[in-house]
Design a protein around this ligand. Structure first.
Ligand SMILES: [Zn+2]
Length: 114
């Protein structure tokens, strides 16, 4: 048997649900703002010798990663890992002959900044 609800009970319930929806919206907005703030902070960390944009530290080794042909990019460890993750993902959609190479960090030549 359903409990008997008054008009007031129903209005209170509706109000509570509306409040919940509104709070969810606020949480989503705040979460998005937080994400933007964190992304901005991540971008602030830059190894001056690195060509990448995903540095985790402002100091440390940079190494030479071939990008095909005669070109190279100079990357720190964080940016190298980001690049390799991207290449692995791309490789899943490329034919065997077009796949990116996935050299290990240890195999890369250390770049001596002048
Ligand atoms: Zn970097």
């Amino acid at each position: 048997m359903k409990p008997k609800l008054s008009q007031q009970d129903l209005e209170n319930a509706l109000h509570a649900v509306d409040r919940l929806i509104s709070v969810q919206g606020e949480v989503a907005t705040k979460t998005q703002e937080l994400r933007t703030a964190i992304k901005a902070r991540v971008g602030e960390i830059q190894n001056p010798n690195c060509d990448g944009a995903h540095c985790r530290f402002s100091k440390g080794d940079v190494r030479v990663l071939p990008t095909g042909g005669d070109s190279n990019i100079i990357l720190c460890r964080g940016c190298y890992e980001h690049e390799i993750r991207w290449r692995k993902e791309r490789n899943q959609k490329l034919s065997r002959y077009d796949r990116f190479l996935l050299p290990t960090w240890q195999s890369l030549r250390v770049y001596e900044a002048s």
